[in-house]
Design a protein around this ligand. Structure first.
Ligand code: PEP
Ligand code: MG
Length: 583
């Protein structure tokens, strides 16, 4: 039994055999062969090895004419590994004596080598780890073919263990079979994490080497809330976590029940609106059942995941039509497609960029290549006759950008009018405040934007220069950093001063302690993952705005991220004790 700690991203308890994917999403199956298959399996391995030797020799010779010494060294060492008698004997033994398949034997042996090298903790040897991964990958590719695992069609319940999962892979996971996942890399506000929450799949990311430490078929427990992953638990541990899983579901039900009875106001009678963040229209009905008062953020780029191609105007329209049906008159906030960086960049054919998070993404892409944007806006304005709709522009960094996008929208309205197509022209057009430049000069957007929605996931990332997807800097990703808090406070106060609706739709709003702080800043509109709606409703019904304001005042005065966080934890615990609802 081995216990590992990572970054918790989606609550719940999952227990199932592991399906391990390597960094290129190849599945490493645990499979045994019959005695009479041993010889053929050894031949398969030999064939894959010879192919790898041929490939590496080809690469070496190809580059050797340009760069000499370094290349010869790297590829020379790769060739040596493929000829190392100890490595080869161990792999062959596993096939002949243990009757492992060749790929399973390769994966076991390389895992062992990589683990041993890492444990030496020597800088020189540490750098060699990459070479071993490389060779392993080459062998596996030759053994398994080019086909990456299709995670949307699985035949049994599994916990996925992977180096990383992209948002598009996560979006298409077979939810009935994937009961949890755990990855080497990732951050708490990565889109993979957000999707795990949306799909209700317990998940832990940023575990470092989990994909190397677990083998296909190992039993894995994923405890989403604590970030704990347990590999091959003993019977007592397994029973304990099975009970925890049942408790978690029980508490969830109680929380939904309590929230449904709770006032929609604070204890001093102030109305607080809780809306839902969604990625798929199917999430709306459960969100409404959880008490959501509308959709505050529809990440419409995920429509791409559904169709696997740029959605047509009709596909957009159908999606919004279904969304309005599920909302039954409640507001639908459509964020125009936020492509780029970690979201579908390669899938939608964006050029590879050196630094995509600062590249041509989101609104910049919509302005540069407006066809997709125009197609979407046409569908959104047509569907707006079906129910209250707001359009929201992502990643706005300047007034010029906002105006340019509005001019495109005006163009769409003129086209629809000229074509005599039924639509609603006067939909509010607001903006995400998630780029620090926009937050700093938020006053300049007064009179331009109909509403502001603070995207704290990106606002924290860009303000603190901390990649939201990178577990190596996860401890620096702090919502309570004084620079972040002062920007959020400024935007909320500016909205209040000018009567412009402000909401927060980043993950920050989903966390009870931060929600309390935001309430104290004057925020009245929260947009959160559907699963968080009941918890927030309960919290708000138990607090007076004056109490939240006191907490906010103290938090702003502290000026240090960790101390502020400690204060907020203590205050939230008083209102929603872990003993009552915690995991
Ligand atoms: C944000 O950046 O906070 C946000 C809500 O948008 P996304 O997570 O989709 O980038
Ligand atoms: Mg964002």
């Amino acid at each position: 039994m081995e216990i590992k700690l990572g970054i918790p991203v989606s609550s719940g308890v999952a227990i199932a055999p592991a399906l391990v994917l390597d960094s290129e999403s190849f599945r490493i199956p645990k499979r045994f062969i019959r005695k009479d298959e041993v010889e053929a399996e050894l031949k398969r391995f030999e064939h894959a090895r010879q192919k790898a030797i041929g490939e590496i020799t080809g690469i070496k010779e190809g580059i050797f004419s340009v760069v000499k010494d370094e290349v010869a060294l790297i590829f020379g060492s790769h060739l040596k590994m493929l000829e190392d008698p100890m490595v080869l004997t161990e792999i062959r033994d596993k096939v002949s004596a243990k009757r492992y398949t060749a790929e399973y034997a390769v994966s076991r042996v390389f895992k062992k080598i990589i683990k041993a090298i890492k444990e030496i903790n020597d800088q020189y040897f540490g750098q060699r780890v990459g070479d071993f991964y490389d060779i392993q990958k080459r062998l596996l590719r030759n053994l398994l073919g080019q086909r990456a695992e299709n995670l949307s069609k699985l035949d049994r319940k599994v916990v996925i263990i992977a180096h990383d999962l992209t948002p598009s892979q996560t979006a298409t996971l077979d939810k009935s079979m994937v009961v949890g996942f755990a990855t080497d890399v990732g951050g708490a506000t990565s889109h993979t994490a957000i999707l795990a929450n949306a799909l209700g799949i317990p998940a832990v990311v940023g575990l470092g080497t989990i994909s190397n430490d677990v083998s296909g078929g190992d039993i894995v427990i994923v405890e989403g809330k604590s970030g704990r992953v347990i590999v091959n638990p003993d019977d007592a541990t397994r029973e304990k976590y099975e009970a925890k899983g049942r408790d978690y579901l029980d508490r969830g039900k109680k929380l939904v029940e309590a929230a449904s009875k709770a006032e929609r106001t604070t204890r001093d009678g102030v109305k607080v609106n809780i809306l839902a963040n969604i990625e798929f229209d199917e999430e709306i009905a459960p969100a409404v059942a959880h008490g959501a008062e509308g959709v505050g953020l529809f990440r419409t780029e995920f429509i791409y995941a559904k169709y696997g191609a740029h959605p047509t105007e009709e596909q957009h329209y159908e999606t919004y039509q279904k969304a309005h049906e599920a909302l039954g008159g409640k507001v639908l906030t459509l964020r125009t497609m936020d492509f780029g960086a970690d979201k579908f960049a390669s899938e939608v054919g964006l050029e590879k960029e050196e630094n995509p998070f600062l590249g041509c993404r989101s609104i910049r892409l919509s302005l540069k290549e407006p066809t997709m944007f125009i197609t979407q806006v046409r569908a959104a304005l047509r569907a707006a006759v079906l129910g209250p709709t707001r359009l929201m522009l992502p990643m706005v960094g300047s007034v010029e950008e906002f105006r340019a996008a509005k001019a495109l929208i005006d163009g769409v309205k003129n086209d629809l009018k000229r074509e005599n197509v039924e639509h609603k022209a006067d939909v509010p057009i607001g903006m995400m405040v998630e780029v620090p430049s926009a937050a700093i000069m938020i006053e300049r957007f007064v009179g331009e934007a109909a509403f502001f929605s603070i995207g704290t996931n990106d606002l924290v990332q860009y303000t603190l220069a901390v990649d939201r997807n990178n577990q190596a800097v996860a401890s620096l990703f702090k919502h309570t950093h004084p620079a972040v808090l002062s920007l959020i406070h400024l935007v909320i106060q500016t909205g209040l001063k000018h009567g412009i609706p402000v909401s927060v739709c980043g993950e920050m709003a989903s966390e009870a302690r931060f929600a309390l702080l935001l309430l104290g800043f004057g925020l009245r509109d929260f947009s959160v993952g559907p699963a968080s709606v009941p918890e927030l409703r309960t919290i708000f019904s138990r607090v007076k705005t004056t109490e939240a304001e006191e907490i906010a005042k103290k938090a702003l005065a502290i000026g240090f991220a960790d101390e502020t966080d400690d204060l907020l934890k203590a205050e939230a615990e008083k209102l929603l004790p872990a003993a009552e609802f915690g995991n």
